[in-house]
Design a protein around this ligand. Sequence first.
Ligand code: AP5
Length: 215
Amino acid sequence: MRIVFLGAPGSGKGTQAQRLVAEFGMVQISTGDLLRAAVASGSALGKRAKAAMDAGELVSDEIVLGMIRDRLQQGDTGQGFILDGFPRNLVQAEALEKVLMDENQSLEAVCLLDVDFDVLMKRLTGRRTCSSTGKLLNIYFSPQSELDACLAAGGELVQRADDNEETIGNRLQVYRSQTEPLVEFYRKAGLLREVPGEGPVDAVYLRIKAALGLG
Ligand code: AP5
């Protein structure tokens, strides 16, 4: 399937994409992860992206679109992909349509994870990533057994640099002003599947699978 996960920061896009990868072997393409890897590598692209990311602003369309074009050309996307965190504005959405059209492809569904803004702040300040497995965890919401399992495997619970209250506030504003218009864009295109994103991770996952016709 060719799917987009749409939703505010902290709505669970990465968490739920990891589930689809584990169960169906789907390919997850997260522009946030690709950008963080570029920053960590110290590449020229990473240096250009870093300031915007630190401020919670969008990285330029030119950088992100170049990265996405390269990633979609890799062989593992032939059977489909989950785009997590892309597109983020109308320019990116229209560019994606064109890239796919050039390959005689199109999106099959856009899954919108709907979560109240008050809940998002707690999810984001509590988010940690296990340095050993890459699993997304949360000091407020994850079962203690999952947090302990990361530490027992020799991992550390790492907090993202942009998960501080000030930057989160800006990311949520940027979502409202630049990304939320995509909800109407994809509704009009007949692709939108709205999924309530609150409640236990397992329950949200079942709703997503039902919305995508996967179970
Ligand atoms: P990106 O990495 O995409 O961050 P984001 O959109 O802000 O989304 P998050 O990763 O914060 O949230 P998520 O929805 O994946 O939630 P998660 O599953 O982790 O982007 C970072 C930056 O890169 C941007 O600010 C921008 O600068 C740049 N960027 C990226 N893409 C770009 C683009 N296309 N164009 C321009 N710039 C771009 O869950 C969050 C937490 O909640 C976790 O701790 C998780 O355990 C917990 N959780 C999840 N589900 C539940 C649940 N049901 N109940 C309780 N807790 C839950």
